[in-house]
Design a protein around this ligand. Structure first.
Ligand code: RFL
Ligand code: PHB
Length: 391
């Protein structure tokens, strides 16, 4: 089998890239290790930047999102018994959209199939060959047989644990890795959420109240990296959330049936450059940000936006100029998101190693933000997403 662009991974990066290439008339094949059901059920992000919504709109994929999503024009921070409201729209003219990543994924899969495209599910890629030449080959398994896909270019959109990044010789890539000493225990509950997206800094740890719909809440509490969340009863989760949110009367956050529990280690990771020969990495395959800035999915979309334009030039006029710039352009945005997500993480989490001095500096930063329009604007412009760089 042969195609122009072999895309590995049907997460947001791979699916958006497939749609962008389809729109430009560039032949591509999308290979996904897991089943359609598995990919569609994977609960993750929820915050879409306006730039991500724009890409969905340009691709004609925004129908259900417009009907079912919610808009956040402000975000709240709670600390030391106070509530600080940071306006997004009043400071930046923009807002964020709350719509689950798995809903985005469902919409993109359905549209690809409805438009006559294909996605090979349950087709794990086992190896890449000839990525430093002009005709790389993807080896994968499907329905019990071994297959080979010849391409002009490979897009490695296979997430943090995929096979593409490890296929690059170690000497050709620099890894920047920072593991935070904590994780998020996340739940989905059938209960109406509180009014605003709320991040809490509490002396016992971070907490976040988000939502998926008027009837469904998405909440997180900071736990130790090696926490066994199966040992937490539902009641323990709710107690921690009420405490950290300052809901002392236990009447503000409404408890409901918990239908999903997950744990995510917080880390920042960047692999540079995001390219080796004819292999281009995009999304979590190249970088991870701690979720505190709500940037991971949005970065994946920003990467493939740059990559698809570069591929259009390449296949239209054989120009490699944009492809050669891809990694530099993408990494400038990535590093700003890493910086911001790390800043937000440090601002809001409990560190066991913090001295009384460190803790004072942390809450003073929050107090300063509450009194400074300039600080609020800087926080907000990053939260809604920095402008796309014109290439
Ligand atoms: P994905 O989504 O991991 O998709 C990669 C796909 O590749 C497949 N794959 C393979 N396929 C074929 N052969 C192989 N050998 C393969 N190996 C892997 C996988 O099965 C999978 O389908 O990566 P992608 O597309 O780069 O997308 C990245 C996002 O998923 C991620 O950055 C976000 O979920 C991060 N994130 C958030 N991002 C936001 O923008 N806003 C948020 O509010 C937000 N909240 C979050 C988050 C991530 C979280 N967790 C669980 C890590 C909240 C949490 C708790
Ligand atoms: C979510 O709704 O899942 C969510 C919201 C904000 C974050 C991370 C995750 O920073």
């Amino acid at each position: 089998m042969r195609t122009k662009v072999g895309i590995i991974g049907a997460g947001p990066a791979g699916l958006f890239l497939a749609h962008l290439l389809d729109r430009a008339g560039i032949d591509n094949v999308l290979l996904e290790a897991r089943s359609r059901d598995y990919v569609e059920a994977r609960v993750r992000a929820g915050v879409l930047e306006p730039g991500t919504v724009d890409v969905m709109t340009q691709l004609g994929l925004d129908g259900r999102m417009r009907r079912e999503s919610m808009i956040d024009r402000v975000i709240d921070f709670r600390f030391e018994g106070r509530i600080m409201r940071v306006p997004l729209e009043a400071t930046t003219g923009q807002h964020v959209t709350i719509y689950g990543q798995q809903e985005v994924v469902k919409d993109l899969i359905a549209a690809r199939l409805a438009r006559g495209g294909e996605i090979q599910f349950e087709a794990p890629v086992t190896g890449l060959e000839g990525i430093d030449g002009t005709n790389p080959v993807i080896r994968y398994k499907h329905a019990g047989a071994d297959h080979a896909l010849e391409c002009d270019v490979i897009a490695g959109c296979d997430g943090f644990h995929g096979v593409c990044r490890p296929a690059i010789p170690q000497s050709a890539i620099t890894i920047y890795d920072h593991e935070f000493p904590f994780a998020w225990f996340g739940i989905i509950s059938r209960s109406p959420p509180i009014a605003e997206m709320t991040y809490a800094n509490h002396s016992t740890g971070f907490a976040l109240c988000s939502r998926r719909s008027p009837q469904v809440s998405r909440h997180y509490v900071q736990v130790a990296s090696n926490e066994d969340i199966d040992k937490w009863s539902d009641a323990q989760f709710w107690d921690a959330l009420h405490l950290r949110m300052g809901d002392t009367g236990i009447n503000e956050i409404i408890e409901g049936e918990i239908v999903q529990r997950d744990i995510a280690q917080l880390r920042a990771f960047v692999a540079a450059p995001m390219r080796y020969g004819r292999l281009f990495l995009a999304g979590d395959a190249a970088h991870i940000v701690p979720p505190t800035g709500a940037k991971g999915l949005n970065l994946a979309v920003a990467d493939v936006r740059v990559l698809s334009r570069a591929l259009e030039d390449f296949f239209r006029s054989n120009s490699t100029e944009r492809l050669d710039r891809y990694s530099d352009v993408a990494l400038r945005r990535v590093w700003k998101a890493v910086r911001y997500s790390t800043y937000m993480t440090n601002l809001l989490h409990r560190y066991d190693t913090h001295s009384a001095f460190d803790r004072k500096i942390q809450v003073t930063e929050l107090d300063y933000i509450s009194s400074s329009e300039a600080m609020q604007k800087a926080l907000a412009e990053n939260y809604v997403g920095l402008p796309f760089e014109d290439q």
